[in-house]
Design a protein around this ligand. Structure first.
Ligand code: PLP
Length: 464
């Protein structure tokens, strides 16, 4: 049997990694100099690296390990499914129990009449599916010219050609000549950076009404859909003002455009309900799912669509699908993950225990000299670092320089916290206990202290 190379010394693993492994979202040259951190095993909310360090995972991997690491039940289900039926496709009028049972389960969990599931292998390709799906939907309804999808600057919808195009990250668009045609953008509801003197509630309305203005600019009969994350995740955990989503909903209803919520992060308990749409009172026509769907134990994603959309689509051959759509092992593991989420009432744990406690501790960071804003929605949270809280001022250094210093201190202190520009973000496993939240916050605070000391020493604690 193949043995994994975990017994090798860290330096050797790092050298092999640097020689052959191209990493996502990483500067290869810098990584080769520093050497990658090698993660060896994990249990609950704890990672262990190749030097034996115990690291608390404030990011649940990449926002996905909702039930925590090391659940044997998922490994057992995967092994059993691999022995019984390791693979079969769902093309050309075939199916198997794992795919159909997972589709039924998602129809039961998803709100409203979202009762029909198209499977993918992750969030990016689920959003690719959504582009083709909504355009096909409108073509089938006799309105093929309705093909523009409106998204938001600084949104993240994945890294494929379609996902990158729907996303609003200019640095990503710049690589590969994106977005594809027919994608338009409005501004994000990021009050801290862009709100100026406007009150947050008013700002939320203003940003939502950009959607209406954009629809009228393009022509209401040309707009197919609007897509948004209930809370922008990779954009920096931007929690919108309360006024934002109701106004977006009103506009989508009024103009009859398809509303897609990208629940890849917000889904499966992250915001304190099964879906972020429920937390923010949104009634989507399509939801994108991935990440927490399997708690990251297997790669799987889904587009879940309304009765009406499924009905219209069923009138044609939808010439689209992935070899691994509804993969039996991934589907079986996702089902087991959902069983655990449900039977252990993990969403209830978030609502009643973890989220209220994390909120209290997280907002406590506001007394730190570097922290200007602390935002939280369930179990995803962010703080804005600033040299001048009252002025909501950015640092004089390039965006991300301070964030990177803070993140490096977190890394050294064995807590995984990410930075987006000069915002620090967390999204821990949902099963985290109050004691573990204390450890997470203590290490975050220590890292902020050390970051501040370094900024002072380097003369970086200055406003632009
Ligand atoms: C991670 C993410 C995606 C992309 O999912 P992948 O599984 O990486 O393809 C899409 N949308 C959102 C909101 C995400 O956070």
């Amino acid at each position: 049997m193949t043995t994994m190379a975990n017994h090798l010394p860290t330096a050797e693993l790092q050298a092999l990694d640097a020689a052959h492994h191209l990493h996502p979202f990483t500067n290869g040259h810098e990584l080769a100099q520093k050497g990658a951190r090698v993660i060896k095993s994990a249990k609950g909310v704890w990672l262990k690296d190749s030097d034996g360090n115990e690291i608390i995972d404030g990011m649940a991997g990449l926002w996905c390990v909702n039930i925590g690491y090391g659940r044997d039940e998922l490994a057992d289900v995967a092994a059993r499914q691999m022995r019984e039926l390791p693979y079969y496709n769902t093309f050309f009028q075939t199916t198997h129990a794992p795919a159909l049972m997972l589709a039924r389960k998602l129809a039961e969990l998803a709100p409203g009449d979202l009762n029909h599931v198209f499977f993918s292998t992750g969030g990016s390709d689920a959003n690719d599916t959504n582009i083709r799906l909504v355009r096909t939907y409108w073509a089938e309804k006799g309105q093929p010219e309705r093909n523009v999808i409106i998204s938001r600057w600084n949104a993240y919808h994945g890294s494929t050609i379609g996902g990158t195009s729907l996303g609003g990250m200019k640095g990503m668009h710049g690589q590969g000549g994106l977005p594809i045609p027919g994608i338009e953008f409005i501004d994000q509801p990021n009050w801290w950076v862009e709100g100026g003197d406007t009150a947050p509630e008013e700002f939320g309305l203003e940003r939502a009404r950009q959607l209406e203005a954009k629809i009228n600019e393009i022509g209401p009969d040309k707009v197919a859909a609007f897509i948004g994350e209930p809370v922008q995740g990779a954009g920096g955990v931007i929690v919108p003002p309360e006024t934002y989503w109701p106004e977006i909903q009103r506009i989508c209803d009024q103009y009859g455009i398809v509303l897609i919520t990208d629940e890849v992060i917000c889904g499966f308990g992250r915001t304190g309900n099964w879906f972020g749409s429920q937390t923010f009172g949104i009634r989507p026509d399509i939801m994108t799912m991935a990440k927490g769907l399997s708690s990251g134990y297997q790669p799987i994603g889904a587009s879940v669509v309304s009765d009406e959309i499924a009905q219209v689509l069923s009138g044609t051959d939808f010439n689209h699908g992935y070899t691994y759509s509804g993969h039996p092992v991934a589907a079986a593991v996702a089902l087991e993950n959902l069983r655990i989420l449900e039977e252990e009432n993990i969403v209830g744990h978030v609502q009643n225990v973890a989220a209220p406690y994390l909120k209290q501790k997280w907002e406590g960071l506001l007394d730190h000299p570097l922290v200007g804003e602390a935002k939280i929605a369930g179990m995803m949270a962010s703080v804005a670092l600033t040299p001048d809280k009252a002025a909501r001022a950015p640092f004089a250094s390039d965006p991300g320089v301070v964030g990177q210093i803070c993140r490096d201190r977190c890394f050294a202190n064995n807590v995984i916290m990410r930075h987006v520009g000069d915002r620090m973000i967390i999204s821990p496993p949902l099963v985290i206990t109050p004691d573990e939240i204390d450890i997470l916050i203590d290490r975050a605070r220590l890292s902020l202290d050390e970051c501040l000391a370094q900024l002072e020493a380097d003369g970086l604690n200055r406003a632009a």
